[in-house]
Design a protein around this ligand. Structure first.
Ligand code: HEC
Length: 156
């Protein structure tokens, strides 16, 4: 008699408990704050969070790679297949989107190609042609920097 009474009391309680444990997936996210997707947004988020404090970058001069006819020929193929959608066929002239690269020093060219950005520490006296951040990065071209440099310089 008692058992039946208890069972009758517990059953709805158990049912309501298991109902409460149901996960509402509509409110679930992987992280409470969505991860910033762009480099800029990530850097801004880091700075806001008081995270990694950036040290002031110091410019270090570097010897530009030597040129050779083979490098110039290789650079031409790379330049014409990767750069002229924005830059001029003649790197010393302004292109459809990209500026001329006549006076861009080696230390800038190499960082610009690999990261799409101007280096933090610029060579003394050098002023970037633009303040925009429209160029894409070509990390895969890192090994080909001497060829691209040789090709650009061959126009001088
Ligand atoms: C999507 C278009 C685009 C492509 C593709 C592109 N660039 Fe650029 N580049 C730009 C723009 C726009 C700038 C000006 C700064 C900026 O907005 O990033 C620039 C700036 C530069 C500069 C700095 C010039 C200066 O002194 O201010 C160099 C060097 C350069 N590009 C080299 C290259 C090379 C080499 C390639 C090919 C491997 C290339 N770019 C591909 C758009 C492009």
């Amino acid at each position: 008699m008692k058992k039946i009474f208890l069972g009758g009391l517990l059953a709805p309680l158990l049912i309501s408990c298991s109902a409460e444990q149901k996960v509402d997936y509509s409110t679930r996210t992987m992280s409470p704050v969505p991860a910033p997707t762009t480099v800029e947004a990530r850097e801004a988020a880091q700075a806001n969070a008081g995270g990694v404090k950036k040290e002031a970058a110091v410019f270090v001069a570097e010897a530009a790679p030597e040129s050779s006819p083979a490098l110039v020929a290789q650079g031409r193929i790379l330049y014409e297949s990767n750069c002229i959608s924005c830059h001029n066929k003649n790197p010393l002239e302004k292109g459809s989107i990209g500026p001329a690269q006549a006076n861009t020093p080696w230390e800038v060219v190499k960082v610009k190609i690999v990261t799409g950005r101007y280096p933090e520490a610029l060579p003394p006296g050098y002023v970037p042609a633009r303040t925009t951040k429209a160029m894409r990065a070509f990390p895969k071209l890192e090994k080909d920097l001497p060829a691209l440099w040789a090709y650009i310089q061959s126009f001088k």
